[in-house]
Design a protein around this ligand. Sequence first.
Ligand code: HEM
Length: 309
Amino acid sequence: MGTGQHILTNKTPSALFLVVTVDDGGEGAVRDAISGLAGLVTTVSSRAPESTLSAIVGIGSDAWDRLFTGPRPAELHPFVELAGAVHTAPSTPGDILLHIKSDRADLAFELGRLWTGALGDAVTTVDETHGFRYFDLRDLIGFVDGTENPTGADAVAAILVDEADDPDFAGGSYVAVQRYVTEFAEWNALPVPDQEDAIGRSKLENIEMDDATKPANSHTALTNLPDVDGRPQEIVRDNMPYGAVSDDGDKGTYFIAYSRTPEITEVMLRNMFIGDPEGTHDRLLDFTTAVTGVQFFAPTAEFLADPPP
Ligand code: HEM
């Protein structure tokens, strides 16, 4: 099994999410930029050795065949659009994802700047979102986000493709992103006990509700999946708050999830948007709207250093 990219890190104060499409004829430059990314991380890190800086690159389904020869990740497909009775999860363009994490916003910016410089006019940027830590790892809706993420060996098992499932791509991970825009005037007008019902946890102390109390349409009731054949159905989320302070600009949550198969995230999304049972959509969605949705595969470091021509 190859070496996975730096997905499992401590939560950093800054993140940058860049999604680009590859222009016709830009494939060679993009391949070079992908192989050169690790060197750029080293270059920028060496100027601030006391700080953390890492970057993960993901490749979308259509782009995969344009960039590489040989086999493709077994489960790589475009993001599955979901149209529920009330809310929709759109599938939007995106060939390459760059996910930068740092404890300094300037390092994240510098790495992003150098990498987009290397890409030059080979790509078109379709979404650029700068995320920041908000108090004690809270989303802008005021709830702590990430608590139930698996940790340690459980996290590794949750995100790495198994040798048995896909020997050519073992050690890589699937990664799904969605940018959500939240209506804060409406959310903040909701009394805190109702907000807590929407999430399924208490707001201040972040305590999970017991099963008898937790509403069926709460976010955590719909995203906590039962084991399948004794195996946990978990993802590792690295969501970040982002946005403009003025009323006019978008603000909300950048959702990003790593997993050993895209199916687990897809089941969670179906539960949220279609409902489980059908019609019981996630209450959170009444206040926050998905405006992007893209599926990628994050190959191993070895693959990125020397991709097949
Ligand atoms: C849990 C926020 C989107 C999957 C949570 C929690 C919060 C939260 C506050 C509770 C604490 C925690 O365990 O992290 C949000 C916000 C979102 C969002 C603000 C977007 C606006 C999503 C999406 C998915 C997802 C799209 C999956 C496709 C999960 C999972 C849990 C969780 C698996 C843990 C459930 C459990 O085991 O209790 N989220 N989330 N979230 N969320 Fe989200």
